[in-house]
Design a binder for this molecule. Structure first.
Ligand SMILES: [Zn+2]
Length: 261
């Protein structure tokens, strides 16, 4: 993508068990400055250390499996806070720079309004602690599951903007999630503007979260470069590409070719 943005790669693109050679391959691709690690993946702590050791900037997806920040059960909610806090400290030890709140807020849609303040409180606490550690915390837009139970919050633009505004954190735009939720990229930037500090870049068919390389689906990011150039975007763009469809080398080749355009 020929726009003046810093390009990162989600290490998920190398599968759930990336090797030291995979990190070396990413480092060799000069177009990639950093990587995002999914803390749910086995060996995530080693991955964070490996990324830093290879001279890559590093960020994380905060964990949510078995953790629900908006739980009615105070023990579950406290455990969720503690695990997220531990990952922030783990990231800080390797000099990491950003952390993404990536959903998992489980609540029935009927309870949504009641649970939103709880999500604001939880994320505001983490945001303040992340700031102390020199880490930028950001909230990603999501696709609700078909039961209307998990990932329901921050799945429409008004709610996402409200949450980000009340928490005072940055936003992560996931282009696959916005396409599958029917949210136009132009509307995202018209509403959130420079609050969008990072982008998870992938393509899909407008319905499923396929995490394809740009252009391999409906080209849902076709107008992104123009929008970003227009606003002078200076955040991060993280290619978040599925290892089910590509190997790491395919993804790195694509990124290098886009960077040289
Ligand atoms: Zn994402």
């Amino acid at each position: 993508m020929s726009i003046p943005a810093t390009i990162w790669l989600s290490m998920w693109s190398a599968g759930e068990h990336p090797t030291d050679d995979d990190f070396a391959a990413v480092r060799t691709c000069e177009a990639v400055a950093g990587v995002e690690i999914w803390t749910e993946h086995p060996g995530a702590e080693w991955q964070i250390e490996a990324a830093a050791r290879h001279g890559l900037q590093v960020g994380i997806h905060l964990p949510f499996h078995d953790l629900n920040p908006v739980s009615d059960d105070p023990v579950v909610a406290e455990r969720a806070l503690q695990r997220n806090r531990e990952w922030l400290h783990c990231l800080a030890r390797s000099g990491g720079v950003h952390a993404v709140m990536h959903g998992g807020y489980a609540a029935s849609a009927a309870d949504r309004e009641a649970k939103l303040p709880r999500l604001v409180e939880f994320t505001s606490t983490l945001h303040a602690e992340a700031n102390e550690l020199g880490i930028e915390l950001m909230l990603e837009n999501l696709i609700p599951d078909k039961l209307g139970y998990t990932h329901i919050m921050a799945s429409n633009l008004a709610e996402w903007a409200q949450l980000v505004g009340e928490i005072g954190c940055g936003a992560v735009l996931d282009t696959g999630h916005s396409a599958a939720s029917g949210i136009a990229l132009a509307d995202v930037f018209a509403t959130l503007g420079s609050t969008v500090r990072a982008i998870h870049l992938s393509d899909n068919d407008g319905a499923r979260d396929l995490h394809l390389l740009p252009g391999d689906g409906n080209d849902v990011t076709a107008d992104l470069a123009g929008i970003l150039s227009g606003i002078g975007y200076d955040g991060v763009i993280t290619y978040e590409i599925s290892p089910l469809h590509y190997c790491l080398n395919d993804v790195l080749t694509h990124i290098a070719s886009e960077a040289s355009r």
